[in-house]
Write a new protein. Structure first.
Length: 312
């Protein structure tokens, strides 16, 4: 048995753990030094970094002609982010959230998923339809910029000297790179090890893609829980989902030559499931101003049921 596979697998684990630690530390510092709410930092800067794997996997798959994998990866990541990662986060650490932050961002996420459901009814996503999703993305970014400007109240107790700035820039970039590279090593070498011990190829494919593209969000969420930065974790997941639905898919539509093929199960099963989990997560949170453990448990139950349906 190739020892190097296990060495590289362990290196992948080390990279995502340490990368996640640096990444959250740097993002927290950025929020404190700029005065921008941690939820907004999580929904924008952190989300862009953690959605890199989805963008790369979907773009490469589209370029290779595997268009159904591209949209399946994006929508599947949204479901995993909410039904698995955010659900686990809420079960471990329920959080209070500002209604003004979660209401509009949650509504935009639901609108993006519902719009995609309507736009792909014909079995594909055209460039023209993709522009509708891009418009939703631009509105999301505009609202984040507006909120960041309105909340700009930097903390006076946060170090801002040149050495600290350089350190945190390095931590942010190095942490993001560590998460992405570590995730790739974990998936590639984990898949190779699985083949060696006889796990079927079909099972490897279904699990490797989902785990690989969602690991950055998972690592960021777990690290945020440990560091008690729950608002950044929630912002990251909601922002990542909006980016998945409104930026990655239009890009893939252009790469595909103007029409991204959508499987029937995406419109019939995947998108409706994403809307159900979104409703469980967002509506009670807006009404009560907090996320509760039961929301995490209910979303995780829906996700497990979804996996059971897909596998069996």
């Amino acid at each position: 048995m190739n020892i190097m596979l296990f060495v590289l697998f362990a290196l992948g684990v080390l990279l995502i753990v340490k990368g996640g630690d640096w990444f959250v530390d740097a993002a927290t510092w950025m929020a404190e030094v700029s005065g921008i709410p941690k939820f907004i930092v999580g929904a924008t800067v952190v989300s862009f970094a953690t959605t890199l794997p989805e963008l790369l996997v979907s773009s490469i798959a589209t370029y290779q002609g595997k268009t159904t994998m591209a949209i399946g990866n994006a929508v599947g990541s949204v479901i995993a982010n909410l039904g698995l990662i955010m659900a686990i986060g809420l079960i471990c650490m329920p959080s209070v959230i500002k209604r003004s932050q979660i209401a509009l961002k949650g509504a935009v996420m639901i609108l993006a998923s519902a719009s995609l459901l309507v736009l792909t009814k014909g079995g594909s996503l055209s460039v023209t339809s993709g522009l509708v999703l891009v418009a939703i993305f631009l509105f999301f970014m505009f609202d984040n910029i507006r909120e960041a400007k309105a909340s700009n109240a930097p903390s006076e107790n946060v170090p801002k000297d040149k050495a600290t700035v350089r350190t945190n820039i390095f931590k942010f970039i190095g942490g993001a790179a560590g998460i992405v590279v570590g995730a790739q090593l974990l998936v590639d070498k984990g898949s190779a090890i699985a083949r060696l011990i006889g796990i079927p190829e079909s099972v490897i494919g279904l699990t490797a893609i989902a785990i690989g593209t969602s690991l950055p969000e998972l690592v960021t969420t777990v690290t945020s829980i440990i560091k008690k930065q729950s608002s950044m974790s929630v912002g990251n997941i909601i922002g990542a989902n909006i980016i998945d639905l409104t930026m990655i898919l239009p890009v893939c539509s252009v790469i595909s030559g103007g029409r991204l093929t959508v499987e029937a199960t995406t419109a019939a099963v995947d998108l409706p499931v994403s809307l159900v989990i979104m409703a469980i997560m967002i509506i009670p949170a807006v009404m009560k101003g907090r996320f509760s453990r039961w929301q995490g448990a209910a979303s995780l139950a829906v996700y497990c049921g979804y996996l059971g349906y897909m596998f069996f």
